[in-house]
Design a protein around this ligand. Structure first.
Ligand SMILES: Nc1ncnc2c1ncn2[C@@H]1O[C@H](COP(=O)(O)OP(=O)(O)OP(=O)(O)O)[C@@H](O)[C@H]1O
Length: 442
């Protein structure tokens, strides 16, 4: 069993692409299959090595590892051989129509209330006409002659699928400059590298009908591949995500401090009958089941992802956090803040609260109370009992209680309305910072 993830290096991976990568990787892990990373770089105008590198970085960050990898431009000789074979069998035929001619034909068919399909005029070209066109300096591009009828398969997500090939124009597989199109290169690679299962986005369903036909023309047996098409992920506004807009890219998420485990856990179960919950890769893989995925498009919800991220952080051991924390951060610091942050990047703020500088707000009307609080601060050394000792004394002295007692203290000491337990924060803040912050408006 072998699966592959085959992105084009034309931009940064977004969460939609990641959903496919994760589905492939989890399915492969669950079934002990080989996992291939194929970089689909035949579109040389848009492909960049820097994007291929970024894709590898993103996948590694997600915890997705591949057993083999290659770029399609390394296998151009294999595509050339397939092209020759298809020409020899008469399935690839030369075409000379220009874009303008094709557009005019399309318009004509629409006016005649016919579907705007290619009319296969070039199939009727005689050898003399072809020689004449070439003598006139025209270079052909090549279309694949689709078979009549439909291609059917049992999709692991979509169920029974059927693509009517007679409703599709014969696809161009080779451009006039001799370069191969993705549609053919992908089939050649899948056949020759032994891919058994193809999991990809619903945007490929029509392609799948065409590619089954091409595969069979190249000698593949029926049902050579098992397919699963996952619905596309939409952004919060209902639009399709695209690499071209860098929308919701994995790189941005990583830079914002979202945890890879949260992203994987969320995308593995989004749009399925299983609720997303933070789980390590192996545990997600152990129960991963494509039949649980819904057939309708799923909407990416940042709030849900952040909710999951919060849960991942709250359980993250110090050892796993240490390298990304500010220098000098201790286990006590991490354990104090971890269940109060939504993004890892917020740790920096709490480090400034406990070990650096913050600007406490001036609390008009509470200046005298805060000065009284400063004067009652217990002597050092401080520990986790200090908060209770101090606030008990302050309660007696000020006559305040509840919110009136605690809120001004939290605001002055941390600059925030909410946050980790002050019992734990106070010893880290220490007497000097505490005093300065309490007396800020005095
Ligand atoms: N919005 C999406 N939701 C889910 N899967 C997607 C989405 N967009 C693309 N994919 C899938 O991501 C995989 C990688 O495809 P590809 O690299 O061609 O990405 P792409 O975003 O479609 O590219 P581009 O934006 O350049 O057209 C394919 O399986 C494709 O079906």
């Amino acid at each position: 069993m072998k699966l592959r993830f085959a992105p084009s290096p034309t931009g940064m991976l977004h969460v939609g692409n990641a959903r496919q990568a994760i589905a492939n990787a989890l399915f492969a892990r669950r079934h002990g299959a080989t996992f291939q990373l194929r970089i689909d770089d035949t579109d040389t105008g848009r492909s960049r090595e820097s994007f291929a590198e970024a894709i590898r970085t993103d996948l590694t960050w997600l915890g997705i590892h591949w057993d083999e990898t290659f770029r399609q431009t390394e296998r151009l000789d294999r595509y050339a051989a397939a092209i020759e074979a298809l020409k020899a069998s008469g399935r690839l035929y030369p075409c000379f129509e220009s874009e303008q001619e094709l557009a005019a034909k399309r318009e004509m068919r629409i006016r005649q209330h016919k579907p705007p399909l290619y009319d296969r005029a070039m199939l009727k070209l005689t050898p003399q006409q072809r020689a004449q066109a070439e003598a006139n300096g025209k270079v052909p591009y090549w279309r694949f002659k689709l078979t009549d009828g439909s291609k059917k398969w049992k999709d692991l997500v979509m169920g029974d699928c059927s693509v009517k090939l007679t409703a599709i124009s014969d696809p161009v597989l080779v451009r006039a400059d001799g370069t191969v199109l993705y549609t053919l290169a992908s089939v050649v690679d899948d056949l020759e590298t032994g891919i058994t299962h193809i999991i990809r986005g619903e945007d490929h369903v029509t392609n799948t009908g065409v590619q089954i036909d091409i595969a069979e023309a190249l000698g593949a047996k029926p049902n050579r591949f098992t397919f699963a098409h996952l619905p596309l992920l939409l952004d919060e506004g209902g639009g399709k995500l695209s690499k071209r807009f860098d929308a919701l890219s994995l790189k941005t998420m990583r830079q914002d401090g979202v945890e890879a485990e949260a992203v994987v856990s969320y995308l593995a179960r989004l749009g399925s009958s299983d609720d997303p919950e933070p789980l390590p890769f192996d545990e997600l893989a152990a129960t991963y089941d494509l039949s649980h995925i819904s057939k309708s498009a799923a909407r990416f919800d940042m709030r849900q992802l952040l909710g999951l991220n919060r849960r991942v952080l709250a359980a993250l051991p110090f050892e796993a956090a240490r390298d990304r924390l500010p220098q000098g951060a201790t286990e006590a610091f991490w354990l104090t803040i971890r269940s109060n942050i939504e993004l890892f990047s917020e740790a920096r703020h709490w480090w400034d609260v406990t070990h650096g500088d913050i600007v406490s707000p001036v609390q008009e009307g509470d200046e005298a109370y805060l000065a009284q609080a400063a004067s009652l601060l217990p002597p050092a050394p401080w520990d986790e009992t200090t908060w209770a000792t101090w606030t008990a004394a302050l309660k007696d002295a000020s006559g305040r209680s509840g919110k009136a007692l605690f809120r001004p203290l939290r605001l002055a000491l941390t600059g925030e309305e909410h946050g980790p337990e002050l019992r734990d924060l106070l010893p880290m803040i220490g007497p000097d910072r505490a005093k300065t912050r309490l007396l800020v408006g005095v």
